[in-house]
Design a protein. Sequence first.
Length: 337
Amino acid sequence: MMQIFVNANYDFVGKRKWFYAASGGLMLLSIIWILFVGGLNYGIDFTGGALVQVRYDKPASVDLVRRGLDEIKLGTAIIQQFGDPQEYLIRLPHVAEKPDDLAKQVQAALAKAAGGAVEIRRLEFVGPQVGRDLQLQALYAVLADRGFFPLEELDRFCHYDSFLGGHPETVVPGVEACTGALGHGLSIGLGMALAARMTGRDSKVYVLMGDGEINEGSVWEAAACADKHRLSNLTAIIDYNKIQSAGSVFDIQSMEPLADKWTSFGFRVSECNGHNVDELRQVFREAAAAASDRPRAVICHTVKGKGIPVAENNPGWHHKSDLSEKDLLAIRGALGN
């Protein structure tokens, strides 16, 4: 065995004041850097920008994609392989070009660098307002309707001095946990369900998750723990529309057979049409009344963007915020207004 340290007994506690001073100094340097050097490096979901999906006629590398983008100087791009080595997602910081101009510019630069054909498969602009994909206006509307805060506050949604931000936080009356790191909801619900049992309360806990969100490992850690404790007062609800932010769940990370997975983790599984209110009522009544001591899972088969034909099954609308007049007319037409 190789001995690296001869004396590994260090008096960290005795020298804690020195470490406090060092930590404080580093924090001060960080603040100075943020204030005077350039601030935080936010992603395009916060600052705005463009998301471009491209496909090459032959396999390409990230370096090849970046060399092409360097020619048009659109800022530091985030490049991610999307499925096979011929397809990539490119996230560009805030750009002033019109959609058609940007598409032609990117396509020409990438094709020149690759010496072959490049297809622009998708181009969408992301506005700087965060959280469109989380249907926050619906959440906040329910909280206001239940009397947690005045209805008038809804008019100030995402305003700079409103507490109704792009992600729900605990400053919002009625919100008891912050979001942002997807996959933590089931763990929080697990704790609530276990606490209810330990304190003798008969309350039930419901956790709504997206089908992309359940790619997160923390979801399945919580599921295993719920099975261990036989938490029959916990129900996991999966919105199974088969599309997540960047495309089809089957292309990104298929979770099939989904019902069998939840069953294998000890859950009593039901499935229904998530757009049929009568079916939803029935399946939740049955889940609550079942004599089983197992936690419940309800898989709701849905259509992303249901009710707005231009948005249905279209992953481009996951983050969409730059609505054209044509988009608005389509939405008003679908809503009958």
